[in-house]
Ligand binder design. Structure first.
Ligand code: MAN
Ligand code: CA
Length: 213
């Protein structure tokens, strides 16, 4: 979504947005001028390009609902554009990684598993949990950026050797280092090494906090 070429593409996007804004503003002005249609009982509903309610009496370009739709859609387009620009800034500065629908970020701090989870949840997210190769790579990117092992959002269940997501559901992807997991109930957390592979590990160590949102 954000490549760092902010040349012609961005200019096109801006001029397209300005075009949309101008078009919507023109429609709104027209609507305000023409939409005060007194109902004329008995006349057939006006259809086609006109208001979706089938307006009666003087023809209207847009119904009030249509003009509100345009206004809301306009707000939505502007919000999306602004969020996308903010994401571009954060990605450019190495503050976030985006993978699929997930946004990944670290506060750069190394703390035990529960503290890290607490920080992530307080910020509205949870501990980064790789659910496929692409997500694992994005988390690995941050591990490499800080050159620190990080805890993942995976824990061993009561059943020794069985690891689950924090919400208790079964793993659908794993990247265990050869011969891991080997803690047999004594290493209930999981850390990511700087090659992206996983090791089961005690939960009371200091590991990089990486959250997903
Ligand atoms: C240490 C710990 C274990 C890990 C082994 C691998 O003992 O980090 O979790 O499995 O090293 O040799
Ligand atoms: Ca281990």
């Amino acid at each position: 979504m954000f490549h760092f070429t902010l040349g012609a593409g961005r200019a096109t996007m801006l001029s397209y947005t300005s075009y949309l804004l101008t078009a919507a503003a023109a429609l709104l002005v027209t609507c305000h001028a023409l939409c005060k249609c007194p109902g004329t009982p008995g006349l057939p509903a006006v259809t086609g390009l006109l208001g979706r309610d089938g307006l009666r009496g003087q023809p209207c370009l847009l119904s009030l609902m249509d003009s509100l739709d345009i206004e809301l859609n306009n707000d939505l387009v502007n919000l999306r554009h602004r969020i996308s620009r903010l994401e571009g800034v954060l990605a450019l500065n190495g503050k976030i990684r985006e993978v699929g629908d997930k946004i990944l970020a670290s506060n750069g701090k190394e703390v035990d598993f529960e503290s890290g989870l607490g920080s992530c949840e307080e910020a509205g997210g949870t501990v980064a949990t790789p659910m496929n190769e692409e997500e694992n790579k994005a988390i690995l990117d941050i591990v490499k950026q800080y050159n620190r092992y990080a805890y993942l959002g995976i824990k061993e269940s009561e059943t020794s050797g069985q690891f689950l997501y924090i919400d208790g559901t079964a793993l659908n992807y794993t990247k265990w280092h050869p011969h891991e997991p080997n803690g047999k109930g004594a290493e209930k957390c999981v850390e990511m090494y700087t090659d992206g592979s996983w090791n089961d590990k005690k939960c009371n160590l200091r590991r990089l906090t990486i959250c997903e949102f």
